[in-house]
Design a protein around this ligand. Structure first.
Ligand SMILES: *Cc1c(COP(=O)(O)O)cnc(C)c1O
Length: 408
C-alpha cells in the first residue's frame, strides 16, 4: 500500500504566484479590454547577449559531428566553467577554488536540495519575509510542524526583517543550525553590510551553524562598499555555503544554470572539515547528472570579459527601470525601500491597506500587477513588491498609470 509523504500536507494551499495568477485572470475576464501590465513575478525580459548566443550556437554545432560530440560530463560541472566561477570570486577578493564549485541547473533547486546533507532535526532560521522556496522546501522535507495563527510554520526560526532593522535581521537569540540569508534580498531589495555579514559569520562559527547564502542578485549591487559574496568575510569558508545563479544576471531564467560553493573547510557540529564537501559531491553524483553541456558553454561565455561587459549592461538597464519605479512611487508620497542595489522595489502600503488589498487596488485602478508582501512571510504584511524586470515601455506605462490613476 503506497502512502503519501505527510509533510506535503502541512503546506498551506495557495502558493503566492498561483493566487496572483488567479486574481489577475479573474480581473481580466471581468474587464476584457484592460491592458494589464505585470510587475509581479521576478522574471527577466531582455534577450540573451550576443556573446552568450554565439557560444550556445557553437555548442549546439559541436553536438552535430562525431569528432566534437560529447555526452555525460562531470556532475560538478565543466572545468572551464568552474574555473571561471572561481575567478569571479577572486576578482571580488574572496577565496574560492575551482574544486569548491558545483555547477547546477539553478539556485532554486540547490537552495532546497542542499538540506539533504544536514540532519532532519536541524533548526532552520529564515529571514521573514523571504524567497518562499526556503520555507516551503523545509516544510516538504519534514523539518516543521503546521502553520500557526501568526502565519509561521512551527519548528522554523523566523528572523523578522523590518523597516526598524533596515530589513536585515538581528542575530538569532537562540542556537540555530542552518541559516538562510539572501543578499541582495528578494523581496525587500535590502543588502547586508560587511559588518552585518561578519556578525552572522561569527555567530555561525561560535554555534557550529551553517549559513546558506543566496547571492542570486549580487551583480545588481551598485554600491562598491557592499559585499557581493559571503566569502569576502574572513572565516566564511568554515561556515557558509553560497548559492548563485545565471538566471537574473545573464537572463538564464529559461536557460537554467546556477552554482553552489561548498568549501573544503566547511564543517558542522559533528563533522570534520571536508566531510560536507564530500557528502555534497556524493549527493550530486547520485541525484544529478550535470547541467546541459550547451548551457554550460553559455555560462562560461557569460563570465568571459566580453560576456561580463554585455550582461552587466543589461543589469544596468534593469536598475534604470528600478530607478524609474522608485521615483514614481516617491513622487506619489509612498515610502519606498530597495531598488538601488537590487531589482526589487519594496513599498510600504498606505495606512490601513493590507498587502493583498493593495494588490487588488493597484490591479483595479491601474491594471498593474505586483506582489503582496504578505506572500513572502508574516513580516511582509503592509508591504508590496514591484519588480524592475520588464520592458522599458511597460515600466513607463505602469508608472504613468500609478502617477495618474492610483487613488491615494
Ligand atoms: C530568482 C531567484 C533565484 C534563482 O533561481 P534559479 O533556479 O537559478 O532560476 C534564486 N534565489 C532567489 C532569491 C531568487 O529570487
Amino acid at each position: 500500500m503506497a502512502k503519501i509523504n505527510p509533510a506535503y500536507r502541512r503546506l498551506t494551499a495557495g502558493y503566492l504566484f498561483p493566487e496572483i495568477a488567479r486574481r489577475t485572470r479573474e480581473f481580466q475576464a471581468a474587464h476584457p479590454d484592460a491592458a494589464i501590465l505585470r510587475l509581479g513575478i521576478g522574471d527577466t525580459t531582455e534577450p540573451l547577449v550576443p556573446e552568450i548566443i554565439s557560444s550556445l550556437h557553437t555548442a549546439v554545432d559541436q553536438l552535430a559531428t562525431r569528432e566534437t560530440y560529447s555526452g555525460y560530463g562531470d556532475s560538478e560541472g565543466q572545468t572551464p566553467l568552474r574555473q571561471a566561477i572561481a575567478d569571479l570570486y577572486t576578482s571580488l577578493g574572496a577565496e574560492v577554488k575551482m574544486e569548491d564549485v558545483f555547477v547546477s541547473d539553478g539556485a532554486k533547486s540547490d537552495s532546497s536540495n542542499i538540506q539533504s546533507i544536514f540532519a532532519t532535526d536541524s533548526l532552520v532560521a529564515v529571514q521573514d519575509p523571504a524567497y518562499p522556496v526556503y520555507v516551503d522546501s523545509n516544510v516538504m522535507s519534514g523539518r516543521t510542524g503546521t502553520k500557526n495563527d501568526l502565519g509561521q510554520y512551527e519548528g522554523l526560526h523566523y528572523m523578522p526583517c523590518t523597516a526598524e532593522n533596515g530589513f536585515f535581521p538581528e542575530l538569532p537569540d537562540r542556537k540555530v543550525d542552518l541559516i538562510y540569508l539572501c543578499s541582495p534580498n528578494n523581496p525587500t531589495g535590502a543588502v547586508a553590510t560587511r559588518d552585518q555579514l561578519t556578525a552572522f559569520v561569527e555567530y555561525a562559527r561560535k554555534h557550529k551553524a551553517v549559513i546558506l547564502f543566496d547571492s542570486a542578485y549580487a551583480d545588481f549591487i551598485t554600491d562598491p562598499g557592499l559585499p557581493r559574496s559571503i566569502y569576502e568575510i574572513p572565516g566564511a569558508r568554515e561556515c557558509a555555503i553560497e548559492i548563485n545563479s545565471f538566471s537574473k544576471s545573464a537572463g538564464f531564467t529559461g536557460v537554467r544554470l546556477g552554482w553552489s560553493i561548498v568549501p573544503a573547510e566547511l564543517s558542522a557540529e559533528d563533522s570534520k572539515p571536508g566531510e560536507l564537501h564530500k557528502m555534497w559531491t556524493r549527493r550530486q553524483n547520485t541525484f544529478f547528472n550535470g547541467a546541459s553541456n550547451i548551457v554550460q558553454a553559455g555560462g562560461t561565455a557569460a563570465l568571459s570579459p566580453a560576456g561580463r561587459e554585455q550582461t552587466l549592461a543589461v543589469v544596468k538597464f534593469y536598475m534604470e527601470n528600478a530607478a524609474i519605479i522608485r521615483a514614481c512611487l516617491q513622487e506619489r508620497g509612498l515610502t519606498v525601500f530597495g531598488g538601488t542595489n537590487a531589482p526589487y522595489v519594496w513599498l510600504k502600503t498606505p495606512e490601513g491597506i493590507d498587502s493583498w488589498s493593495f494588490f487588488d487596488k493597484l490591479l483595479n485602478e491601474c491594471n498593474v500587477v505586483g506582489t503582496p508582501g504578505a506572500g513572502f512571510g508574516p513580516s511582509g504584511e503592509g508591504y508590496f513588491r514591484l519588480s524592475a524586470f520588464g520592458r522599458r515601455e511597460n515600466i513607463l506605462a505602469a508608472t504613468e498609470r500609478i502617477r495618474t490613476q492610483l487613488v491615494l
